[in-house]
Design a protein around this ligand. Structure first.
Ligand code: NAD
Length: 263
């Protein structure tokens, strides 16, 4: 079923991981995709989409820079004449888990991309959607924004900010027909987490990855992309201002030793 036929969709962070999987699925469901990333491998995403018959163009840009975000929005308007969906997904991690060691520069860099980036996408993109009578914005937050323990202090704070941004933007845009929602992924195997998976495989402990969630495994980029498409689609026409954890159950429980399942 092609839910995005004729739709103009922007995906940031589309060179890798969740963004690449999302751009690919949006295009497979009929969208004309503007795939944006600071990495030139975003051109590979677009080439793969074109090879399978989809429509996409690439833009190399910095999602945390307002001039670049304007370029992205202008490109979508020039290419498709409208913007139906913005998936503000680009993000960076990094730095130490210790608040006394994470530098001010790291804080600024992470907040600029992870939090100010989605804010700029909304601030610069939403006016075009308002003129057209509506649309859908999806942001990638993280379980790290719900509680401590999954990334550096700046990363957690940036993602908590995205959760707040989603609810405030949904309400700032009340009556415009624009829905704003977010996703809190758990541990997903992507470029961002490659080191964790590589190290565990080297040590032979990869069977322990994801053991803290009730699904007992890590997630795949497509499992986040499918939720992004749901939130961006008319299937979610009454879902607004929400962030959905997609984490195998990780954030649903306090850290207890679960009872042995029967059966
Ligand atoms: N992988 C996980 O376990 C996980 C968990 C929770 C949340 N997330 C979030 O998911 C989103 C996607 O990350 P991923 O896991 O697919 O990682 P990834 O590293 O595979 O992909 C992130 C992409 O964003 C791009 N990017 C980084 N900074 C950018 C900038 N300034 N401008 C434009 N593009 C930029 C990178 O080049 C990369 O292609 C991020 O917001 C991340 O914080 C990931």
């Amino acid at each position: 079923m092609a839910r995005f036929t004729g739709k103009s969709v922007i995906v940031t962070g589309a060179a890798s991981g969740i963004g690449r999987a999302s751009a690919t699925l949006f295009a497979a469901e009929g969208a004309s995709v503007i795939a944006a990333d600071k990495a030139s491998t975003v051109n590979d995403t677009v080439a793969a989409i074109a090879k399978s018959g989809g429509k996409a163009i690439a833009l190399e840009m910095d999602a945390g820079n307002s001039a670049d975000v304007k370029k992205l929005i202008d490109l979508a308007m020039k290419t498709n004449g409208k913007i139906d969906v913005i998936y503000a997904n680009a993000g960076i991690s990094g730095g130490t888990p210790n608040i006394f060691e994470q530098t001010e520069d790291q804080w600024k860099q992470i907040l600029q991309v992870n939090l100010i980036g989605p804010m700029l996408a909304i601030q610069i993109g939403a006016p075009h959607m308002i003129k057209a009578g509506g649309g859908a914005i999806v942001c990638t937050a993280s379980v790290a924004g719900l509680r401590n323990g999954a990334g550096s202090p700046a990363y957690s704070a940036s993602k908590a900010g995205v959760i707040s941004l989603v609810s405030l933007a949904a309400n700032n845009l009340a009556g415009t027909g624009i829905r704003v929602n977010g996703i809190c992924p758990g541990l997903i195997e992507t470029g961002m987490t490659k080191q964790i998976f590589d190290r565990a495989r080297e040590k032979g402990t990869d069977d322990r990855i994801g053991q803290l969630n009730a699904m007992r495994r890590a997630g795949r980029p497509e499992e986040i992309a499918k939720v992004a498409l749901f939130l961006a689609s008319d299937d979610a026409s009454y879902v607004n201002g929400q962030v959905l954890p997609v984490d195998g159950g990780l954030s649903s429980s306090l850290p207890i030793i679960p009872p042995k399942p029967r059966g």
